[in-house]
Design a protein around this ligand. Structure first.
Ligand SMILES: [Zn+2]
Length: 494
């Protein structure tokens, strides 16, 4: 009996819900129903103390201003279209430093240029043809589309010709040993896991594949290889090669497109495969670059610093829009919004446009050398270096207590869907990693990364890949979180 009554109760509830819904739908959309069993969230004492009503109102005003502001878009448009690609040591990198510094001065910030010794590597010719393979028609070759990896050494101008050995992982390379690798060109055919990327785990897919770009050439060189090639670390099939940093290996190193990787793997499985490879990049003497460091001084604790940042250098193939002109632009906008709204936080908001993230991280290393004694007063650091797509929230490396106290700031961002705080076991941004390792709570904006690696480090990283409204959402996330950290009653706990 009891069971029947309960079933009846359930049926009545469902029926009455349906009735209510249909009654509503006559006139207006149904009111959103809270999920079952969800309690009304209660703010903890620490949250209430740190986020008084006035601060919450200011955060809401900052969000609204960012969602109506095209400042960040204008900045990234200038960086990418008027200046262009900004590799370390280039004239464009210097022009970008001067531009960003001047824009931040115009906002009334206290701007310093921090000198950084940067590598200066310039791309040369990059071509390859398969010159011997199974089933080859007489007198023909097959073109391979590729690009040199950052730091690659040069082949002779006329190129080199050698047998290709295809390996799928480091174990296969090791099993071949020196005798079989010596004098050959090793090709690492590690396949980027597109399903992971499509399922929202793009950075995990990247991490798994990028180790071959990073360490493959050096491992191959250690066994006597004369050059190394990797399959491009990317998630799209537009026959675009993806460049990127690689440990110095002392041999020419390049990335072939996914399509050409497939071709080489298939032909190699059928027999001997030889390639003619020409890569003529040059390593020039180290150059001088700069981090741009711009402070909006805190009203009560100017010595306490909250960093908002992105990196100003880019690879040379595209124009560095999603990697990472966008990150610099949203960090700049965080300051622009506060100035526009006449909001002066208790602590200093420090905008940093990092130099040389892509080719070794000299900018972040120099900042660490110059400022590590102040890291105790660095309350938190944020970097945006995962694109410009819709933000879901933040990756955070901080204590559970710190994450908990930040909840009210995330609630402000809930209306744009940017309220996730995902615990990260590694520093959520290359340029803030030393700070993070030193105990500074660190955050990275967590963007929707499903298409990021279609374009990352390719010629297609250009302004058109940025959706203006998504960039505004990123600026809102950066400005809201930056101001919250700089104006909370207490420094974020460590
Ligand atoms: Zn980047």
């Amino acid at each position: 009996m009891t069971k029947t009554r309960c079933d009846l109760c359930f049926l009545l509830i469902v029926l009455s819900a349906l009735t209510l819904t249909s009654a509503h739908s006559q006139n207006q959309p149904p009111a959103p129903t809270p999920p079952p069993f969800a309690a009304v969230p209660q703010a903890s004492q620490a949250q209430q103390d740190n986020f008084p009503a006035q601060l919450l109102e200011q955060l809401a005003a900052i969000k609204a201003a960012a969602l109506a502001d095209d400042y960040a878009y204008r900045q990234v448009a200038h960086l990418t279209e008027n200046i262009g690609a900004r590799p370390s040591g280039s004239l464009q990198a210097k022009a970008a430093v001067d531009y960003v510094a001047e824009e931040l001065r115009k906002l009334g910030l206290d701007v310093q240029l921090e000198e950084v010794k940067v590598p200066h590597w310039v791309r040369g010719e990059e071509t390859a043809q398969l010159v011997e393979y199974a089933g080859q028609a007489a007198g023909t070759t097959q073109k391979i589309v590729l690009t040199a990896l950052g730091g690659s050494t040069s082949t002779p101008a006329e190129g080199i010709t050698a047998d290709v050995i295809v390996v799928n992982n480091f174990d296969e390379l090791k099993a071949l040993g020196h005798d079989k690798v010596s004098g050959k060109i090793v090709f690492f055919n590690e396949i980027f896991d597109k399903q992971k990327a499509a399922g929202g785990m793009a950075f995990m897919a990247y991490g798994e594949a990028v180790r071959y770009r990073g360490a493959g050439p050096r491992e191959a060189a250690g066994l006597g290889a004369v050059a190394a090639l990797v399959r491009s670390v990317g998630s799209a099939d537009f026959r675009l090669p993806h460049t990127g940093w690689s440990f110095p290996a002392g041999i020419p190193a390049g990335a072939v497109t996914a399509e050409d990787a497939e071709l080489m793997a298939h032909l190699s499985a059928q027999g001997k495969l030889r390639i003619h490879l020409t890569l003529t990049p040059q390593k020039l003497p180290d150059a001088t670059g700069f981090n741009v460091i711009a402070d909006l001084k805190g009203s009560e604790h100017p010595e306490q610093v909250v960093v908002v940042s992105g990196h100003l250098d880019s690879w040379d193939l595209g124009t560095g829009a999603i990697d990472d002109g966008a990150g610099v632009a949203v960090a700049m906008e965080a300051a622009e919004i506060l100035q526009k709204l006449h909001l002066r936080p208790k602590r200093t908001l420090r905008v940093i446009a990092w130099m040389d993230e892509e080719s070794g991280g000299a900018g972040s290393q120099t900042y660490t050398k110059d400022h590590s004694s102040e890291f105790l007063h660095h309350i938190a650091a944020i970097e945006s270096d995962a694109g410009a797509a819709h933000p879901l929230g933040f990756d955070a490396k901080m204590t559970a207590a710190a994450a908990d106290v930040l909840r009210p700031a995330l609630t402000v961002l809930q209306s744009i869907g940017a309220n996730v705080l995902r615990e990260s076991t590694y520093p959520p941004g290359a340029d803030i990693s030393a700070m993070s390792e030193a105990g500074v709570p660190a955050l990275g904006i967590l963007q929707d990364g499903r298409t990021y690696f279609h374009y990352h480090h390719t010629a297609a990283d250009t302004l058109d890949k940025i959706v203006p409204n998504e960039l505004r959402e990123n600026a809102a996330a950066m400005a809201v979180m930056g101001y919250a950290l700089a104006d909370m009653r207490d420094p974020l706990p460590r």
